[in-house]
Structure formats: C-alpha cells, structure tokens
Design a protein around this ligand. Structure first.
Ligand code: FES
Length: 152
C-alpha cells in the first residue's frame, strides 16, 4: 500500500523535464539607446515558474540581469512583467502552462524602466500613500509601550 501511494505520489509530481528559450529584455536607460533581448536556454520542469527560470539565468548564466521580486507567492505584485506579451506575475506563471517553446519577458510597459525587468514604482507608492489603505486609530498610543490588541 505504502509503495503504491509512493508510486502514485511520484507520478503526480513527475514532470516532463525540458528546456525553454528565455528571451529577456535588456535595457539600461543610462547607457543603451534602445532595449534589446538576451536569449538563454533554461531547463524547466512542470512547476518551474518564469521567475524561477529568470533566477536560474541570474545564478548560472548572467548575474547582471535585473529583476524585482519579493514574496514569491503572488501577493506583493513586485514581479509583474510582460510575459509573452501579457501582463502576468512571474512567480505565479508556470512555464509548462504557457505552452510555448519560447518565453519572452519584458518590463511592465506603464512604468519607467530602471534596468532590464526592474521598473520604478514611485508613482504606485505615492498613490498608495495618498489613499492610506489601512486603519488609523483615533486614540493613538504612539508613545505607549503596550501592545495594540486586535479582535477578529
Ligand atoms: S514576487 Fe510577489 S507577487 Fe511575485
């Protein structure tokens, strides 16, 4: 029984290893006249995300690729980029789901580029600050050393 379950488990997680051509937009506005692409052949498995593939490039092929990410769980939005022409989260997008032998990654088109895939979020953070998307207590205890209790 245990062996059966192990075999089922193995087949559930078995993924077809392969390679994909990853085309990464390269652009440094301080030095380059126009964006170009660098191409890398990257191994992937069933659960490999586009962010995993980019980090594979950074780790083994070209450490100078600039990319922004934080949570790696589709929460913060910082890995947003154009993937095969559509805005997506790189940490959430699996290569196997794109059904393409070539993956093209470019920075979000509505933000200024810092370098490669990293964009400036100043405008976004300014808007975020202006709407104060959090609760502000009327009886602030900023000087207090006591904890603020929460209720559900
Ligand atoms: S790294 Fe946070 S959403 Fe992708």
């Amino acid at each position: 029984m245990a062996q059966e379950m192990a075999q089922e488990g193995e087949s559930a997680y078995q993924s077809p290893p392969g390679t994909v051509l990853l085309r990464i937009s390269r652009y440094n506005p301080e030095h380059d006249e126009a964006p170009g692409f660098a191409e890398f052949t990257v191994p992937y498995e069933k659960w490999t995300t586009v962010l995993d593939a980019i980090l594979e490039v950074k780790k083994h092929l070209d450490h100078s690729v600039a990319v922004r990410y934080s949570c790696r769980q589709a929460t913060c939005g910082s890995c947003g980029m154009m993937i095969n022409g559509r805005p997506r989260l790189a940490c959430f997008t699996k290569i196997s789901e794109l059904d393409s032998e070539t993956i093209t990654v470019e920075p979000m088109s509505n933000f200024p580029v810092i370098r490669d895939l990293a964009v400036k979020f100043d405008r976004l953070f300014d808007a975020h600050r202006s709407i104060k998307p959090y609760l502000v207590r009327e009886d602030t205890e900023t000087e207090s050393s006591t904890s603020s209790l929460q209720t559900a």
